[in-house]
Design a protein around this ligand. Sequence first.
Ligand code: MSP
Length: 672
Amino acid sequence: MQHNQPFYITTPIYYVNDVPHIGHAYTTIAADVLARYWRLHGRDVSFLTGLDEHGQKVQQAAAKAGIDPQTHCDKLAPQFQRLWTRLDISNDAFIRTTDPQHQSVVQRYLRQLYDQGLIYRDSYTGWYCMFDERFWTEKDVADGLCPDCKRPVEQLSEYNYFFRMGQYQDRLIEHIKTHEHFIRPESRRNEVLGFLTTQRLGDLSISRPKSRLSWGIELPFDTTYVTYVWFDALLNYVSALEYLPDGNPAGSRFWPADVHLLGKDILTTHAVYWSTMLMALGLPLPKTIFAHGWWTVDGEKMSKSRGNVVDPHEMVEEFGADAFRYFLLREVPFGQDGDFSRTAMITTINSDLANGIGNLLSRTLTMIERYTDGKIPAAGPPAHAELETHIARVATALPSTLERGFLALAFRDNLQAIGELVRLCDEYIDKTAPWKLAKNPDDAPKLKTVLNTAVRALRLLAVSLYPFIPQAAKQLVGQLGLPLDLATTLPAEVYQWDTPVAGMPIAKGPGLFPRIAPPTTAATPVRGQDRSASTIKGVTHVSDVPAAPQPTAPTPAPTTAPTVSDQITIDEFMKVQLKTAKVLSAERVPKSSKLLKLQVSLGAEQRQIVAGIGKTYEPESLIGKTIVIVANLKPAKLMGIESQGMVLAAGDTEVRGLATVLEDVDPGTKIK
Ligand code: MSP
């Protein structure tokens, strides 16, 4: 890929019949990620989004609101623009089909096709779907319902203007066959080919009589008609290049578009209508039309009547723009349908962002502050040669892996590849245990290697994650003290593993992603459980040992053989649910020398546990370890922090070692 080529990416232009929802946000975020990626790599990017303001749907929405359509559009347009700002969408141009410049381009092209005899007038009788604004043939309509939206259709007969779409059928089939990436993903390409090779492509009605619909662009050759909304809308992709941004022609150099991104429901209009329109106009076809899947919400179709429409504004407010962007592209392979749920979103944010990249940054910076005076050290001798070689290999390959992924619009694969480097770095830190190296001055050179390696990996992670989570990536770079401007094209050295980083002072700041409390249902304790009743023989109830005032006094562990009254029945014991848990992250509770705040995974669920083990363990040393917890303990607050369980450890007055299991078992496994 030559990195100075233009890159033109578009989203559909959205109907202004309602406020934006997750479906609009999805396409626009995906387009933004690509735009940011290619800008970073030096391509001359034009990213277009905008609004489809004509047609029946908009006219009806305005009528319902009791205002004229233009006022309605002017009212709704800023809502889309505000959302794009909040979601960090870096579009270069924003088109509205009511822009006078767009309207005149549409009229010019209509005139051209009419003059070339490619538009003709004819009468037509068919089944019309008001909602989809399209005619269906007799065989399409079953039980009087629109095959698409299942609403009743009505029979309509009228004169209209037709575009000679049918004559391009063979050429279109040929184009699809000879251009492997023209329609993506492949399943969609096959769908379109299947339909084109088995059915005769008819001509397309491109007008609506004003008597039926007045809100549209007038036909230049018959003022009693307006243009069919799709004919008007599709042309936005080329009209915008004539006057945007800022009234300037951004240039024909961007045509043909590199990628038209859209949802699967509007693939036919793009792959067939648009392609044949371009053929008729003598313009080249876009390089790729990519149809992504649809989101359901908690397993159900999203709809206003169900009241389950996901409002992107709420998502940004609650989780932040980066987390929302990340989730949408991480959850499902681009092209397939996905299900949106808050639980899935919280799980992903916690595991990949808070405990993944966020935690890697914070543990690295904490160690640099503590062990190397807040300056990134130069690397010394290997601390773990095997893992260092592995990390170097993965990091060296990552930029080209990501480029391949972005060329294929495989956002999820890219995020997985990035996640793999995060995971490897965590493993490396766990295995080299810098907190142990720090105890022996002879190990200081190795300690420096570990920290230097972690920072170089974080630099690469920052630039790799920037297209997805721009705000967090900028913070990451800032906290590492690296002089990188992510809004510009980055020099190639930034991606090279060996480029040095030593000597720079870091500037540790707040965590990149706050952990989000998991939904509470999973953590509901068993009734009747009481903290004071939960001392188990042989281990210390460690989470009850905070440095500051204690909520309840810990029950001392028995030092002599239990008396009969101390004995418990098997039933009593069985009430205690012991489980294995994997430590995802650990940090000290401020102002406490003993308390650590742990985030642990129980497989399907995540918990926060506050444990008095901070005198024996450095938080960084616990990450990735499997420990044993009491899982059905009533949640309690220690120094104001909720603890949703208790860690088991050996020791009497002081903690000597954490309880664990001999074999490698999954987190959340029951202990009997
Ligand atoms: N105005 C036309 C597009 C004209 S492009 C020249 C239009 N607008 S729309 O507002 O109805 O839809 C815009 C996009 O939102 C489509 O790509 C559609 O697939 C997408 N989505 C609508 N609901 C969706 C989900 N539930 N999930 C994902 N995307 C969905 O069509």
